[in-house]
Design a protein around this ligand. Structure first.
Ligand code: ZN
Ligand code: ZN
Ligand code: ZN
Ligand code: ZN
Length: 356
């Protein structure tokens, strides 16, 4: 992730919607692709104050109305401020009930994590698209909450609904409860995970999406050789086995996490999520001058170079965290089989991305 600069010279960050120094409104400009100060044009629209851009833009509806987005949309006859959703917000198909206390704040956190995910996919050049664009596997997001059973006195009249975070045919569903940091920490401890984050959920689920888009029917033999046969045992049999007996013993020798042992699909999604974590951390560290990658384009870097830089950075930032009594920032160590799975994903990404 890069940082940006306001017209006043102050540093701006990806999540900003206002400059804390000059109070100007700021937003993501779709024309010059960065966070910049936005000057009202007196007609409900804005002008990008990046001197080499000056594009006429309007706020995304979710920015103007709900403040859960900070992206602008190119100004056109139809795109008047507060009426058009940005490219990223269009992918969200279901939002939580905003009349429920706490839900607007949870929706905001979900959109922030989703923007970081999509920014990284765009940076790398990974393909995705919407139903409207008639993309071959349309990507969309549902942010839903559990519905408790409806009762009338002692009588249960509605069954209620439990929402499972997951992916199916391009649709990523996230249980809104994951945006509650107390609930998420409870689950993290219960599941014995090194970290459990909103952005981690997005990076895991998009792994299932890319399995379907890039591996299924296209690269299954190479995938099976590393991750195992996804058809035997079936997913439901593997899931029952996992929840009855727990993860495979000694999983650290060949898996990135305990959950990855459940089924080859979960192994792929867990490893894919870890690859995106690694690329994102390297990108940010490179931009912040904590390390230097040989190639400007992230995926052009040799995989072994990326691993070495990441391991070196881990030692340093983990020490910084320990000096504050915090858990390690980058707790994972990669066993040789995990390195080979990560390498497979790196090569899969390199083969399938669009070059900007
Ligand atoms: Zn400013
Ligand atoms: Zn601009
Ligand atoms: Zn938006
Ligand atoms: Zn999964």
């Amino acid at each position: 992730m890069k940082t940006y600069h306001c017209a006043c010279g102050n540093k701006l960050f990806f999540e900003n919607s206002q400059c804390l120094s000059c109070q100007r409104e700021v937003g993501w400009c779709p024309v010059c692709k960065g966070i910049h100060a936005m000057e009202p044009d007196g007609q409900g629209g804005y002008r990008c104050l990046n001197s080499s851009c000056q594009a006429h833009v309007v706020k995304c509806y979710n920015y103007a109305t709900h403040h859960v987005c900070n992206r602008m949309v190119e100004s056109s006859g139809q795109a008047r401020s507060g009426q058009t959703l940005c490219d990223y917000c269009q992918l969200t198909e279901t939002i939580p009930d905003l009349s429920v206390e706490g839900n607007p704040a949870k929706w905001y956190k979900l959109e922030v994590a989703k923007r970081r995910l999509l920014y990284l996919l765009d940076e790398i050049g990974l393909p995705y698209g919407s139903r409207q664009e008639q993309f071959e596997l349309p990507l969309s997001f549902d942010f839903k909450e559990d519905v408790p059973p409806t009762t009338l006195g002692w009588l249960q009249i509605g069954p209620g609904e439990k929402v499972y975070t997951g992916h199916a045919d391009g649709k990523i569903t996230i249980n809104v409860q994951e945006a509650d940091s107390v609930e998420r920490e409870k689950l993290r401890v219960q599941m014995n995970e090194a970290h459990r984050t909103l952005i981690g959920h997005f990076r895991h689920e998009i792994g299932h999406y890319y399995w379907q888009l890039l591996v299924q029917g296209k690269d299954e033999a190479a995938y099976k050789a590393l991750f195992g046969d996804h058809e035997n045992p079936t997913y439901s049999a593997a899931m029952q086995q996992y929840y009855a007996n727990g993860p495979k013993a000694n999983w650290r020798a060949s898996y990135i996490s305990a959950y990855a042992t459940m089924h080859p699909w979960e192994d792929f999604a867990e490893t894919w999520g870890t690859y995106l974590d690694m690329v994102s951390v390297l990108d940010t560290a490179d931009n912040a001058e904590l390390l230097e990658l040989p190639e400007d384009d992230l995926v052009d870097n040799q995989f072994d170079t990326m691993l070495l830089r990441y391991a070196d950075l881990s030692l340093k930032v983990n020490e910084v965290n320990r000096s504050l009594g915090l858990p390690d920032l980058l707790p994972e160590t990669f066993s040789p089989p995990v390195v080979e799975k990560l390498r497979y994903i790196h090569n899969l990404v390199a083969r399938n991305r669009k070059r900007g």
